[in-house]
Design a protein around this ligand. Structure first.
Ligand SMILES: [Zn+2]
Length: 242
């Protein structure tokens, strides 16, 4: 990598020495050098964040996590204010008697296969390193809020695969996880089937990750058993939001 110009040692400037006849000038030069050194350090640090050079892997990871968290928190605040789906679910959680407190709606680091999670004890986790867009974060927020709503209203037993499957079907269907466009949804029946297939596939994957689930086969059976009734249960929405 090319070195920056500010990394020079100022060959034209007098060397600092106790014999220098111009202590004031010497001080000025020294301060100037310090300022330049500081600017260079800042410059190198900014470059390091882009390239990863100059930082230990741990430092680089910490910087990435800090940046991810900042973006996740910022988008969360924006979506709470502006997303109709997020606002609708926040209101309905409050109406159902389970208001979503800010400290139960957190950004954090997850393994790369996840984008969010709901825990009855800890609330909603948004995977700050798992979002590929703001829309993805919005869908994830709504998805997890539907799980929270189900837990609040329907008393879900999360170790019961059929209970879990029902909530996953509803969350995948209502959150926008399987959204195409409204036009396509209205105009082409085949795409309605695709929406259902997408909901089913995603619900199976989620149920499969339940520690109580012994196999993919068991997850498929649970989802198929509840699909019809849970896909059609759009509460608190009036219809599928696609
Ligand atoms: Zn889910």
């Amino acid at each position: 990598m090319a070195q920056p110009e500010t990394d020079s040692t100022h060959p034209g400037a007098p060397a600092a020495s106790i014999n220098s006849p111009h202590p004031t000038e010497q001080l000025n030069t020294s301060e100037k050098e310090k300022a330049e050194q500081k600017a260079f350090s800042q410059w190198r640090r900014n470059l390091s964040l882009i390239t990863g050079l100059g930082l230990t892997p741990e430092e680089f990871q910490a910087e990435v996590e800090k940046a991810d968290r900042k973006q996740c928190e910022l988008r969360k605040e924006q979506l709470i204010k502006s997303s109709p789906g997020v606002r609708f679910m926040m209101n309905n959680l409050a109406k159902a008697g389970c208001p979503l407190a800010k400290n139960m709606f957190d950004c954090g680091v997850c393994d790369m296969t996840k984008s969010g999670g709901f825990s009855k004890d800890h609330g909603i986790l948004l995977c700050q390193n798992g979002f590929f867009s703001k829309k993805h974060q919005e869908h994830t927020m709504i998805h997890e809020m539907i799980h929270m709503y189900d837990h609040c209203v329907f008393n879900v037993d999360w170790s019961n695969l059929r209970h879990h499957a029902c909530s996953e079907v509803r969350a995948a269907s209502l959150s926008g996880d399987c959204t195409w466009t409204r036009e396509v949804r209205r105009g082409f029946y085949a795409f309605t089937k695709q929406h259902q297939e997408c909901v089913k596939r995603r619900a199976i994957l989620s149920v499969q990750a339940n520690p109580s689930c012994p196999s993919r086969d068991a997850a498929e059976k649970a989802v198929n058993a509840v699909f019809e009734s849970c896909y059609n249960d759009t509460r608190p929405f009036e219809e599928v939001q696609i």
